[in-house]
Design a protein around this ligand. Structure first.
Ligand code: ZN
Length: 339
């Protein structure tokens, strides 16, 4: 039903829903209200579960929202780029992906490419040029398909087997950009040197972070000297006590041991995704732009991001111990100082 709602399949029921409930708003942004009927509330409540699976496949870009639809590999752009930045360069909330395309190329403002390097990855969900955009279902393996009840059930049902990593990647308080990079990493899909050497570049490549060996998922997370120092810092800070043999073993054990919704578990998940995403970002900056930061600068960046996230989780912060608040700099006095 959600699928037919999003692709606006013509039916009396869909017309009624748009007329009385959605109006001119985005389905994803509508607040649940007490006076909503039970069926409509149920629809709105399953959005969190369904969101990671519903993506826009770009054709001519004219029906996909630039900011609010999930069409770019790094996630929903309105959750990554602050609104004041897009307003500042002349876009508005109604902008479409087509507004960004010139001569068949996506043209990002230069300073955004510096600030958000993942933008140049381009649309992951591509349709043929010139034809209409499509909303598709992205299954658990990352393949885009047409909606089907069976596929939806297989991917979101809570009773069937779930991948052990599912809860550490997709949960309501994640940071979408970091979750996406972590999702690629748990699938072994980041373009590390051991992979690209097989089919793109021949010759000796060295990990840009330590310059010792080829980089790979195993090396970057977290055997590399540079990564190890970052991971060790956060392991102690977030009290992560997991002993593992390699990256895949870490993910498996992390999925089993850190699967809850407590603030402690959320922090651990934010830490893992933050470390993976920022180490990958640092690796790319060194590899492609010859720009490098120190271990401390990367740590500080991850800490600030997690701190900001925790400040926004008001309900969870209330149940947090004082020592944890102090540790992440989100106690009252520090907040006032920061203000
Ligand atoms: Zn290294």
């Amino acid at each position: 039903m959600c699928g037919t709602l999003l692709i606006r399949k013509i039916s009396l029921w869909i017309r009624w829903i748009y007329l009385f409930h959605i109006k001119n708003r985005k389905f994803w942004d509508i607040e649940v209200k007490k006076n909503h009927c039970w069926t409509w509330k149920r629809f709105l409540n399953v959005r969190g579960t369904l969101r990671p699976f519903i993506v826009s496949c770009i054709g001519n870009g004219e029906s996909t929202s630039l900011w609010h639809d999930w069409w770019h590999p790094i996630g929903i752009l309105s959750m990554i780029i602050p609104r004041r930045e897009w307003i500042g360069v002349g876009f508005d909330d109604m902008a479409r992906v087509a507004d960004l395309v010139s001569d068949n190329q996506v043209c990002w403002p230069d300073r955004w490419l510096e600030k958000y390097p993942g933008l140049i990855d381009g649309p992951m969900f591509c349709n043929e040029e010139g034809i209409n955009d499509k909303i598709l279902w992205r299954d658990k393996d990352g393949k885009c398909k047409a909606f089907s009840c069976k596929q939806t059930w297989d991917d979101v049902n809570a009773f069937g087997p779930r991948f052990p990593w599912f809860n550490i990647v997709w949960y309501s308080n994640n940071i979408p950009r970091n979750a996406f990079i972590l999702w690629l990493a748990v699938h072994g899909k980041l373009k590390t040197q051991d992979r690209i050497q097989k089919w793109e570049i021949k010759g000796n490549l060295l990990c840009p972070l330590c310059l010792k060996v080829n980089d790979s998922h195993n090396h970057l997370f977290f055997q590399c000297d540079f990564s190890c120092r970052i991971w060790d810092h956060f392991r102690i800070k977030a009290d992560i006590r997991i002993f593992y043999d390699d990256w895949w073993d870490l993910i498996r054990k992390f999925g089993i041991q850190v699967s809850g919704r407590s603030v402690g578990d959320i922090i651990k998940k934010l830490v893992l995704a933050g470390c993976v995403s920022h180490i990958w970002h640092e690796r790319n900056m060194r590899q492609f732009r010859a720009v490098s930061r120190s271990v401390f600068a990367v740590i500080s960046c991850i800490e600030k991001e997690i701190q900001l996230k925790l400040l926004g989780m008001k309900k969870e912060v209330k149940s947090m111990k004082e020592e944890v608040k102090n540790c992440w700099g989100i106690n009252g006095s520090k907040q006032k100082e920061n203000e």
